[in-house]
Design a protein around this ligand. Structure first.
Ligand SMILES: NC(=O)c1ccc[n+]([C@@H]2O[C@H](COP(=O)([O-])OP(=O)(O)OC[C@H]3O[C@@H](n4cnc5c(N)ncnc54)[C@H](O)[C@@H]3O)[C@@H](O)[C@H]2O)c1
Ligand SMILES: [Mg+2]
Length: 361
């Protein structure tokens, strides 16, 4: 087993970006902004903002086409000042993506009640005159926008709507606070962390199921297994991760693999699903995926994983035969999740049919 305990070279950020594909570096850059408020605040300085009013995006017409204008932080601050608003309102913005060159994109709704500023929301008509555009119902706007803007604004609206609906903790009743990127909200009193989809974490049994993708990556002869520090000693599993709001399952699979081990997928194929209760209700959606031969160098994201590695067919088939690893665990022996876990089913499926035919990712 060639186990990479990933040497992440810290260069201003979590990883050095050499050798990683554009897609992987972009994914990891966004992961960093979601995890690090200071990094996200810094990204706002050079980023671009899309504007909404009561969940309707601002569109401007140029020639016969509509486009969604972007504003710099400075332009936004000037606009707010012009209408007597403090710049605190910018704290309501959410991270929605970035360019290949790592220009971060944010969305800000000027019409929803602000949880960061005491100012009232801005009047729609006045803003449209000032901005020479119109705040347009998103369903209508989707017919007028290019695919990139349509997808970005759909994610933006979902995130802005979620934050607007989760201003208070369902346990303490206290106001919740969003992180700079808007990838979560925390209640300072109950310490519950809310993620865009469902309330999660500690003690609040979620009435919803958070969608989670779990992927067994193969390079044709080996499969990729990983472990978190929270796993029982010696246990390795497939890569798993919560879907982000606005994401398709395929996008979530590709993003999670890029974030966690720095690999870009070539193909993926749905396998099965499972309800999973730990730590809260999740809907596990399991896939097989493959990487291009020769593009198999793992770069472990040490903020998420303790280790990851490629395991041969024989090693995994042997591990599957270990029926109760807790009693049989010897030093250096790795073992797999229990039969009940869909990770076990995925791995067993791969051992029985190593070349599960997969579809383009
Ligand atoms: N049934 C199985 O075979 C199996 C195998 C592996 C993992 N899992 C489950 O999959 C889930 C996701 O695995 P992971 O921890 O690698 O996820 P992950 O890779 O997304 O990392 C967890 C992080 O995601 C963030 N996050 C985003 N949305 C979240 C939400 N709705 N709830 C909680 N955290 C959220 C948090 O920052 C959290 O620390 C876990 O609950 C785990 O129990 C199940
Ligand atoms: Mg994970």
């Amino acid at each position: 087993m060639s186990l990479y305990c990933g040497i992440a070279c810290r260069k201003k950020s979590f990883w050095c970006y050499r050798l990683l594909s554009t897609y992987v570096t972009k994914t990891r850059y966004l992961f960093e902004l979601k995890e690090d408020d200071d990094a996200c605040k810094k990204a706002q300085q050079t980023g671009a903002f899309y504007l909404f009013h009561s969940l309707a995006p601002l569109l401007q017409k140029s020639e016969q086409r509509y486009q969604a204008p972007q504003y710099s932080l400075l332009e936004l601050e000037r606009l707010l000042a012009k209408f007597g608003q403090d710049t605190q309102r910018i704290e309501d913005s959410v991270l929605i993506g970035c360019s290949k060159q790592h220009e971060a994109w944010f969305a800000l709704d000027l019409g929803l009640n602000s949880s960061s500023s005491l100012n009232a929301s801005l009047q729609k008509a006045e803003m449209e005159i000032e901005l020479k555009g119109s705040f347009t119902d998103l369903r209508k706007a989707l017919f007028q926008l290019n695919t990139k803007d349509a997808s970005l604004l759909t994610t933006a609206q979902a995130l802005l709507r979620w934050h607007d609906a989760h201003q208070f903790c369902s346990r303490s009743g206290q106001p919740t606070k969003k992180n700079v990127a808007g990838s979560k909200r925390v209640c300072p009193s109950s310490k519950i962390i809310y993620y865009p989809q469902a309330p999660t974490r500690i003690s609040i049994p979620s009435s919803q199921m958070a969608p989670v993708v779990i992927t067994l990556v193969s390079d044709g002869t080996r499969c990729l297994l990983a472990r978190q520090s929270s796993f029982p000693k010696g246990m390795y599993s497939a890569l798993a991760g919560f879907c982000d709001i606005g994401e398709s399952l395929e996008e979530a699979v590709r993003r999670e693999v890029a974030e966690e081990v720095g690999l870009e997928l070539e193909r993926l194929k749905y396998s099965a699903s499972q309800h999973w209760s730990f730590p809260n209700s999740s809907l596990m959606i399991a896939c097989h995926a493959s990487v291009k031969p020769g593009q198999t160098e793992i770069q472990v994201n040490l903020k998420e994983l303790e280790a990851a590695g490629w395991f041969s067919h024989d090693e995994v088939a042997t591990a599957l035969r270990r029926n109760n690893p807790y009693t049989q665990q010897q030093n250096g022996t790795f073992w797999l999740p229990p039969k009940l876990a869909i990770a076990h089913q995925l791995i067993k499926e791969w051992v029985e049919k190593p070349s599960c035919s997969t579809l383009p990712a």
